[in-house]
Design a protein around this ligand. Structure first.
Ligand code: NAD
Length: 252
């Protein structure tokens, strides 16, 4: 039985990943604002430390994997919360638990295909530099969509920078980049008066013709956790029904 720590496990994609792991007999240590083994607010330093200490206490034999899935969409009122949860909440969790990953351990980050729709910027650079104050100020000055997509671009950049150091300990780190997934996060964006129409247009133009179900993202995360992905590290897997291929046909 393997042991995985998953944030954002109460709903959506995180719940689907947790459910699949538990169904096959693995143990999940869940972190979320509520309905989790560890209830902690990953938007705050205290909450991140509470989550890290809580997981360490529950994983005495070490962790086989970490999946930092907690995240907020662009419909939140304060875009700096996106920077705090999507970037700092995720990276702080991995940094605080990396030393308890077992030999052969894995990390699967949850990015977004929106990461490929924005460029590197002072905001993403501040995130990667760990300058939380500047990143939050820039997020609040940006439009919510840019704050969201930038948080995921920076998350991929951070992930790729961790790859060599973790590989020295035989630990792999990768990311999935979902498109639109049927979750509470998407529901709240769809019903947002400013963002909803663009999200509906986006959903209508997905080549595979429909939004993903959380299980379809979980399937790919479970592949990244598996020995089937034993030679993969530093990769971003798009799981978006072909949307990125339409937007960026010449990118690899
Ligand atoms: P969701 O809202 O169903 O799940 C997000 C979870 O994160 C919730 O359980 C929520 O309580 C938790 N969370 C939020 N803020 C938190 C905080 N401060 N502290 C602790 N937990 C917190 O949404 P989802 O769609 O399943 O999103 C999961 C991940 O997938 C996110 O990182 C999101 O950015 C990413 N993603 C989602 C989509 C999509 O279309 N839904 C697309 C690409 C990427």
């Amino acid at each position: 039985m393997a042991v995985y720590a998953i944030s954002g496990a109460a709903t959506g994609i995180g719940a689907a990943i947790a459910g699949q792991l538990q169904q096959r007999g693995d143990r999940v240590i869940s972190i979320d604002l509520r309905d989790a083994d560890i209830c902690a607010d990953l938007a705050t330093d205290e909450g991140c430390q509470q989550a890290i200490e809580g997981v360490r206490a529950l994983a005495a034999q070490g962790l086989d994997g970490i999946i930092p899935c907690a995240g907020l969409g662009p419909s939140v009122k304060s875009p700096s919360l996106i920077a705090r949860v999507n970037y700092f909440g995720a990276t702080t969790l991995v940094e605080g638990l990396a030393d308890v990953l077992v030999d052969g351990g894995v990390v699967a980050m949850i990015a977004s295909n929106s990461a490929a729709m924005v460029q590197s910027s002072p905001y993403t650079e501040a995130l990667i530099a760990g300058d939380e104050q500047t990143a939050c100020e820039l997020a609040d000055a940006a439009d919510p969509y840019s704050a969201y997509a930038g948080s995921k671009l920076a998350l991929c950049g951070w992930m790729r920078r961790q790859c060599p150091e973790l590989a020295r300990r035989n630990i792999r780190i990768n990311a999935v980049a979902p498109g639109i997934v049927a979750t509470p996060l998407t529901d709240s964006v769809m019903s947002d008066p400013d963002l909803g129409q663009a999200m509906k247009d986006f959903a209508a133009s997905v080549p595979l013709g429909k939004v993903a179900q959380p299980q379809q993202i979980a399937d790919v995360v479970l592949f990244l956790l598996s020995t089937g992905a034993s030679y993969m590290s530093g990769s971003v897997l798009f799981v978006d029904g072909g949307y990125d291929a339409v937007l960026r046909p010449d990118a690899i």
